[in-house]
Design a protein around this ligand. Structure first.
Ligand code: GAL
Length: 658
């Protein structure tokens, strides 16, 4: 779809507003109040039928579409559009009873039983046949319904079933491996099977990395992660192809989970398979909760190539799945929503419309809470609807690129957190987030971009723990620096190739020449141990025994204490107009602020915010519109920005238009 301006709405731009809607959980008379309240709240779209398979196909081949027809007609009559799910997210009991062989199997060989949701094997041919038949039936039935403006494939593919170790998975893994490696010799080479007597004589001997006596082969593990992401992508494509065949004019999406530690699906690789990007995001408690939201929204916007995307789910207030589920504070609902919009979302949707009365999610907030309309939450929902309406003209405007970028790479994430490494404490996404927080603290916008992104145009690129470095990637980074770019990278970057084989000759083999350093041994730190630097900062987690390799490498900071005392800790090598810097320890967000500040100054990258606002607000830009997001719990005076607003309320967002 070339025009992501939602869909049917050309000439009538709007930011979509809505939720998952599960009318099947409620008596028919409740639906009338639902649509009245939706209209009052300014709801424009709902996602329907996400978990409805059991109520749509009540027995094999027997359908009950009456209630769904009714719901769609009712919504349409009230001017509310439908993002129609394919209803395949969770198979019904009759199917798992008849075909228990569609149930996933965990690493230890345990069956994942029905009773929750998403209990299906991504590679099960039986599941696929039943699911695709339902998709076809639904698409045929609703293809001409004017309410249906988008297709929602399954739901959060891989949320609970990304890793399946069943026999179906084993068979599909072998097919995948045959496609990746022409011969078993190539697989043996890539997996390093000369080690521990793992040499295979045929593909038929290969298994998923099931529970083993000790560390399973690391490349087998990494390939299984790649395969598992691909298996779900393949399933997504299978549903999409049916939808495209029957309704070529209706765009297809699925809701990604770019959030927190959800990592099984390589969304950079999936992005091209959907007609528009949709994401679900839930905040996790902690000091960086807001920065994490911004980071995720930012990355989602860049997965969408800068084009507008669809926030398919977030929460109006508490969720139900954390150990302790906090309600949102005043202002957070709007601030969270507008932060997504600031990063390019053209839709703000929630899980879910009406808070359930029964089931595992009855304590999860919704737009229409248990308390009903007479509640602060519903009033806030109505207010948010009006605020979004006032921003309607923004729809279709791409997010504006920054001068700096942070590279994000699923393969490195997967690889660095595997077992049998120098430390098991390393957290890939946390390191990337710490750099992002440092950018925010400095008031400098940075794009979070997938590793395949074009780097031209960025003055500074930070590549935290970019561990897996195929030769073309190191060539790309080298060309970037030689072209005048300023690269910053960290500990445990550039260490292995795509097969998780070490680049030899001293670490980091793939970046050694570019960085002008050579590391003979890693120096991970025990929990609680620290390494002091001579610039007053303190490192944790990791150090390196760095030797300078080349006269043109400058030491920006050295270790003062610990095993590396006297050796370089942070280095920088100038390469023509560009440079390549290396940070060898974990400094945390606070420690990175002065380091990044210095590196940005050397690269000539400055904040677009007045000095007194840096760190206190986040700036995000879409075309002529600037979003000023309060990062503090206090009001902030934004007179200096020259808009009509003088004060940004605690947790508030100002939208300034040129
Ligand atoms: C998502 C899911 C929704 C709902 C929500 C609760 O993972 O797609 O169906 O469960 O979480 O936060």
């Amino acid at each position: 779809m070339s025009n992501p301006r939602w869909l049917r709405r050309a000439g009538d731009p709007r930011l979509e507003y809505g939720a998952d809607y599960n009318p099947e959980q409620w008596p028919r008379e409740v639906w009338d109040e639902d649509v009245r309240a939706m209209r009052d709240a300014g709801v424009t779209i709902v996602s329907l039928a996400i978990f409805s398979w059991a109520r749509l196909e009540t027995a094999e081949g027997e359908y009950d579409f009456g209630w769904l027809d009714d719901a769609i007609d009712l919504l349409h009559a009230n001017g509310i559009a439908v993002d129609l799910a394919t209803a395949t997210a969770s198979p019904p009991p009759w199917l798992t009873t008849k075909h228990p062989e569609i149930l996933p199997v965990d690493q230890k060989g345990n069956t994942i039983w029905p009773g929750g949701r998403q209990q299906w094997r991504p590679t099960s041919p039986i599941f696929r046949a039943y699911a695709l038949r339902l998709v076809r039936t639904l698409a045929e039935r609703y293809k001409d319904h004017p309410a249906v403006v988008a297709w929602h494939v399954s739901n959060e593919l891989g949320c609970h079933n990304v890793y399946d170790f069943s026999d179906d998975a084993a068979a599909a893994f072998r097919v995948w491996l045959r496609a990746r490696y022409a011969t078993i010799d190539d697989l043996n080479e890539a997996w390093g099977t000369a080690f521990w007597s793992q040499w295979y004589s045929s593909f038929s001997e290969v298994l998923p990395p099931r529970q083993a006596a000790t560390h399973p082969n690391p490349t087998q593990q990494l390939d299984f992660k790649r395969f598992s992401s691909d298996a779900l992508k393949d399933y997504l494509i299978a549903e999409r192809e049916i939808l495209r065949e029957i309704t070529p004019e209706i765009p297809v999406t699925t809701n990604f989970m770019v959030m927190g530690e959800t990592r099984g699906m390589d969304y950079a690789d999936w992005a091209a398979e959907v007609d528009f990007i949709a994401n679900d995001h839930y905040r996790l408690p902690g000091a960086q909760t807001l920065d994490e939201l911004s980071f995720s929204a930012n990355l989602t916007g860049n997965l969408a190539g800068g084009k507008p995307w669809f926030l398919m789910e977030h929460s109006t207030s508490a969720v139900n799945w954390q150990p302790i589920n906090l309600a949102k504070k005043p202002g957070e609902l709007e601030r969270d929503s507008l932060t997504h919009v600031a990063h390019g979302a053209d839709a703000v949707c929630f899980f879910q419309w009406r808070q359930s009365r029964a089931g595992a999610e009855k304590y999860h907030s919704a737009m229409y809470p248990h308390a009903g309309r007479d509640s602060q939450l519903f009033r806030d929902v109505v207010d948010l609807g009006s605020r979004l309406k006032s921003l309607a003209s923004l729809a279709g405007t791409p997010r504006t690129r920054s001068k700096a970028a942070i590279i994000f790479d699923w393969t490195s994430w997967w690889a660095v957190e595997q077992d049998s490494h120098p430390t098991e404490k390393l957290k890939y996404r946390q390191e990337a987030l710490d750099w992002y927080t440092a950018f925010l603290d400095l008031g400098v916008r940075a794009d979070v971009v997938p590793v395949g992104a074009e780097l031209d145009g960025y003055d500074v690129v930070v590549a935290p723990i970019l561990h897996v470095m195929p030769a073309p990637l190191s060539a790309k980074l080298t060309a970037y620096v030689e072209g005048g770019g300023h690269l910053v990278t960290t500990y445990f970057s550039g260490i292995v190739d795509e097969n998780d084989h070490i680049w030899l000759g001293g670490y980091p083999g793939a970046l050694r020449d570019l960085l002008g350093i050579r590391i003979e041994e890693f120096g991970p730190l025990l929990d609680g141990d620290t390494a002091e630097l001579d610039n007053g900062l303190t490192g944790t987690l990791w150090t390196d025994r760095i030797a300078l390799a080349g006269a043109d490498t400058t030491v920006l900071a050295s270790y003062k204490t610990g095993d590396q005392a006297g050796r370089p800790a942070i280095t920088r090598r100038e390469v023509g107009d560009g440079s390549a810097a290396y940070v060898s320890t974990r400094l945390g967000a606070d420690g990175l602020v002065p380091v990044l500040g210095d590196l940005l100054a050397r690269a000539g990258v400055t904040s677009e915010l007045p000095a007194e606002l840096r760190g206190r607000v986040e700036l995000a830009v879409r075309g002529e519109t600037r979003f000023i997001i309060n990062r503090t719990e206090e009001p902030v005076d934004i007179t200096a920005l020259g808009g009509d607003d003088r004060t940004l309320t605690a947790r508030g967002v100002a939208v300034l238009r040129a």
